[in-house]
Design a protein around this ligand. Structure first.
Ligand code: PNS
Length: 162
């Protein structure tokens, strides 16, 4: 039986921290599905298709990685894809409470599915999509923290918004 894991998230936009988690987890599973959430109730800077296109441009050439989107309950999507593992990145203690709640709720919904936490390289411990957008918008450098394509797309997005 092939081991499939789902790495869900907003990825608005994807950062080098996310990519670090992808590279660590893809070696552990036969297939890794990067699943971009489509949540109409949460305002995002990039549309789901824009986020997927950026991820596809960055993660190319890996046969065991699929890039997809989902809406509704994550746990339902995970089972539809034939997976039993959810990957989440854990950066600091501040992530813990939210992640712990989600993992236990997902386990309550389906106890066959396990959440696996991965730690990124310590150089990305403080990186989040939210802080990247804020720093970029205020003119700070983020070039070591996101892939080039993300920086380019952020430039475009903020010049349209201005
Ligand atoms: O990158 P994020 O925003 O921290 O990812 C959060 C995500 C997408 C994993 C979470 O919001 C989610 O699972 N959403 C789908 C709806 C759902 O299943 N909610 C109950 C989670 S216990």
């Amino acid at each position: 039986m092939s081991k499939i894991a789902v790495y869900p998230g907003s990825f608005d936009p994807i950062t080098n921290g996310h990519i670090d988690i992808i590279n660590r987890s893809r070696c552990l599973f036969d297939k890794l599905i990067i699943a971009v959430v489509h949540n109409p109730n949460k305002e995002a800077l990039f549309g789901v298709e824009e986020r997927i296109d950026m991820i596809k441009a960055i993660i190319k050439g890996h046969k065991n990685i699929e890039i997809d989107s989902f809406s509704g309950l994550l746990i339902d999507y995970v089972r539809q894809k034939g997976a039993y593992v959810i990957i989440r990145g854990l950066r600091a203690i501040s992530d813990f409470e939210y992640e712990f709640q989600m993992a236990l709720m997902n386990r309550k919904l389906n106890e066959e599915v396990e959440t696996v936490f991965m730690m990124p390289h310590e150089k990305y411990i403080y990186v989040s999509s939210r802080i990247i957008k804020e720093v970029f918008q205020l003119g700070g450098s983020i070039s070591d923290l996101v892939p080039e394509i993300v920086e380019r797309e952020l430039k475009k997005k903020f010049s349209i918004l201005k």
